[in-house]
Design a protein around this ligand. Structure first.
Ligand SMILES: C[S@@+](CC[C@H](N)C(=O)[O-])C[C@H]1O[C@@H](n2cnc3c(N)ncnc32)[C@H](O)[C@@H]1O
Length: 349
């Protein structure tokens, strides 16, 4: 069986992806994962033979999707790995902007070398695989696996003696090299590349720019859960900076602010006419409440079912596991009309 590799995406649905896919109606063959993140749901759907389109506003998530979902065949071989790790560290974008901010200067120089070498790989799929693995290495070296800590805290948590005294764990993996982590994961990522004989597509846009240009049987909505830890630009924007060699700006329509989220959901639901079924993930600690969301959805369809199960998100850093009820809204779009418009999956967007 094919196995989803270690992506460790915050808020991922890896543990409940099978449960969600089990609810998909039999006539649904094409899925649009509109907030695809680390692609756990897309990957499960791809393995089940669905044609899968993904989208996420973050560049790094596009590369995960391009590597594992759109890519049906391409792997990294030994020659590619040699290219990525050849040469001497260089003083580039990371060294200049993020030395002693997220990594030590020598580590930044290594990242700069690998970034420039990845450009020498001979296909987009290989570049995306390599960038996904570099992401995995960066995350592995970062305490709490997100880029929202200040440097003093990072240095403290990377001090193995301190960590052992305080948490009884050395967390030595924070101090292993990028190369070590990359090599440790490369076989797993390569083995996760499967050919499901479908024309899977990865998009990289604000969903509000894209939503009316894609058509699929199911749209899966897993937006950031407002009121929970959900600052995805803060968590991963640094990796976009690394990939693009520029300081990126926080994205809009991010579901962070409680004052905007209701109108954002309403706007989203009003634009889903191209999808026969809507699946929405949500939980009991988020804002607005399940009842308020139901009210919003019912403006567009009376055919709504909500199912639930327990699901624990592991919250690193606080050492706690919060017991959480995960909801799945299943909506049949009564206004959906088959074959009205033949869009868009292959259109230039
Ligand atoms: C809860 S996570 C998705 C997790 C994913 N289902 C998984 O299993 O890994 C929400 C995602 O929505 C993305 N996002 C937030 N606002 C967005 C927007 N306006 N357009 C597209 N993506 C957005 C974030 O970057 C984040 O990756």
């Amino acid at each position: 069986m094919f196995k989803y590799p270690k992506v460790n995406y915050i808020g991922n649905k890896e543990k409940i992806a099978k449960w969600i896919c089990d609810q998909f109606p039999e006539d649904a063959k094409i899925l649009f994962d509109a907030f695809s993140g680390g692609c756990s749901l897309s990957y499960e759907s791809k393995c089940r033979g669905m044609e899968v389109y993904t989208n996420d506003v973050l560049e790094v998530n596009y590369h995960i999707a391009n590597a594992l979902i759109q890519n049906n065949n391409t792997l990294l071989d030994n020659r590619d790995i040699e290219i990525i790790f050849s040469g001497e560290p260089i003083e580039g974008f990371m060294y200049e902007n993020y030395s002693n901010v997220f990594f030590f200067p020598e580590e930044c120089k290594e990242l700069d070398l690998y970034r420039s070498n990845i450009e020498k790989l001979d296909s987009k799929e290989k570049k995306s695989l390599a960038l996904s693995l570099m992401r995995r290495a960066m995350i592995r070296k970062m305490p709490y696996s997100r880029f929202t800590l200040n440097w003093e805290k990072i240095v403290q948590l990377r001090d193995e003696e301190y960590s052992y005294k305080k948490y009884k764990r050395k967390r030595a993996y924070h101090n292993q090299s990028f190369k070590h982590h990359f090599l440790e994961n490369v076989n797993e990522y390569n083995s996760a590349v499967i050919d499901n004989k479908k024309n899977n597509i990865a998009y990289n846009d604000d969903i509000f720019n894209l939503i009316e240009k894609v058509k699929a049987d199911i749209i899966y909505l897993d937006p950031p859960y407002t009121g929970t830890m959900n600052n995805y630009f803060g968590f991963y924007g640094l990796i976009d900076d690394y990939i693009l060699s520029t300081k990126t700006e926080p994205f809009k329509n991010n579901f962070v602010s409680k004052s905007e989220v209701i109108s954002l959901f309403d706007k989203l639901f009003s634009k889903l006419k191209n999808f026969k079924y809507w699946f929405l993930s949500y939980n009991n600690s988020s804002y607005p409440s399940k009842e308020e969301l139901l009210y919003l959805i019912k403006k567009y369809s009376d055919n709504v079912q909500v199912i639930e199960r327990n699901h624990n998100y592991q919250i690193t850093g606080k050492n706690n596991k919060k017991t959480n009820k995960e909801f799945l809204f299943i909506v049949k779009n009564e206004l959906y009309q088959e074959n009205t418009k033949e869009i868009y999956a292959n259109a230039e967007l």
